[in-house]
Design a protein around this ligand. Structure first.
Ligand code: ZN
Length: 341
């Protein structure tokens, strides 16, 4: 089985975006604010938006199951206040849940949280619990920078985040550390802000003793870990100067990287530098980079091709495709076992 741990509902029917635009307009003019119940999307519309897009590509490329979360750039936690984010998260998570019900063999949910800059992350717990306990979601996306590129929250190692971590440990769910859209003109959303955040999250873990506090806490750092694998020597050297344990003991029981790296040399480097037990297959399709690479004639985000062409053994490929995901996402493993898989 091939599990893609990083997919977003980027192809949701346009009614969703229209509703969100009205919600944003309502921040200035409350009479324009829509009710959640005014968003109506039928099962047929959901089915069509998935069958023609993600599911078609999964079948074409040969992946079986996607861990599916709301569109990351649309989370935009910096817009409005907690109430704005709360209503918006509930809507987006419910749509992913409905997709997982319509296509139970192909999609399982991961939640976005109703984060809001300056608001205690504890406020996210009711939505998180609903998604896990009622919707059967197996993970969350945690935004380390709800301000959208201004980095006003404390680092991930700060006690500020502990209520979320305590709940994650209790419920046995990992977090993908995933920012949203950048509202800072210096940082392009998917080309800079995402990769900066991946690198930043890793370094925040490195300088702290977070995983001594939470030995079973699990973070997935997406987009191949940002600059981390490429600069592994720098990070090892910094850890050494800070008198931290070797990175293998200090971070690699808790931190994992996905394979959303869109060329062969990048995947080859990832596979060479990072232990195979810490690499999880992912494509993030249909996402930031939707074109065809003229050098290969294939889609940049068809990441399975790179894994197949890498030096990984058959046994290691199995870990990347399935084994590691089952270990890092215990609820996913249990859901599959319940179906005899
Ligand atoms: Zn993503």
């Amino acid at each position: 089985m091939i599990i893609d741990i990083h997919g977003h509902y980027t192809t949701a029917p346009k009614a969703l975006e229209d509703w969100r635009n009205r919600q944003i307009a309502g921040l200035k003019d409350p009479s324009a604010a829509p009710k959640a119940s005014e968003l109506r999307i039928s099962d047929d519309e959901l089915r069509e938006s998935i069958e023609k897009n993600q599911l078609a590509k999964m079948k074409e490329r040969g992946s079986d199951l996607t861990v599916f979360s709301p569109r990351a750039s649309f989370m935009a936690h910096h817009i409005g206040d907690f109430q704005t984010s709360s209503t918006w998260s509930a809507i987006c998570n419910e749509l992913c849940y409905r997709v997982s019900r319509l296509f139970p063999e192909n999609f399982i949910g991961a939640a976005m949280l109703p984060q809001s800059p300056g608001v205690d992350p504890r406020t996210c717990i009711p939505e998180l619990e609903k998604c896990v306990n009622e919707y059967g979601f197996v993970a969350i996306n945690l935004n380390p920078d709800p301000s959208g590129g201004h980095w006003t929250s404390p680092p991930l190692s700060d006690r500020h985040w502990y209520p979320i971590y305590e709940k994650m440990v209790e419920l046995e769910i990992p977090a993908m550390i995933h920012v949203s859209t950048s509202c800072n003109a210096c940082f392009h959303t998917t080309g800079a802000h995402y990769l900066n955040a991946d690198t930043t999250a890793f370094m925040q873990c490195l300088t702290s003793d977070l995983f001594r506090e939470f030995p079973t806490l699990k973070f997935v750092i997406p987009h191949g870990g940002g600059a981390v694998p490429y600069h592994w020597g720098r990070f090892r050297g910094l850890a050494q100067e800070l008198k931290k344990p070797l990175l293998k003991e200090h971070l690699l029981n808790n931190v994992y990287f996905d394979t959303c790296v869109y060329h062969q040399p990048g995947i080859d480097l990832l596979a060479k530098v990072i232990p195979v037990d810490n690499i999880l297959f992912a494509s993030e399709m249909i996402g930031a980079v939707r074109g065809i690479d003229p050098e290969t004639g294939h889609y940049y985000d068809d990441t399975k091709r790179y894994i197949e062409a890498s030096a990984l053994s058959a046994e290691d490929r199995h870990k990347v495709y399935e084994g590691n995901a089952r270990r890092v996402y215990p609820r996913l493993d249990r859901a599959l076992k319940a179906r005899g898989l």
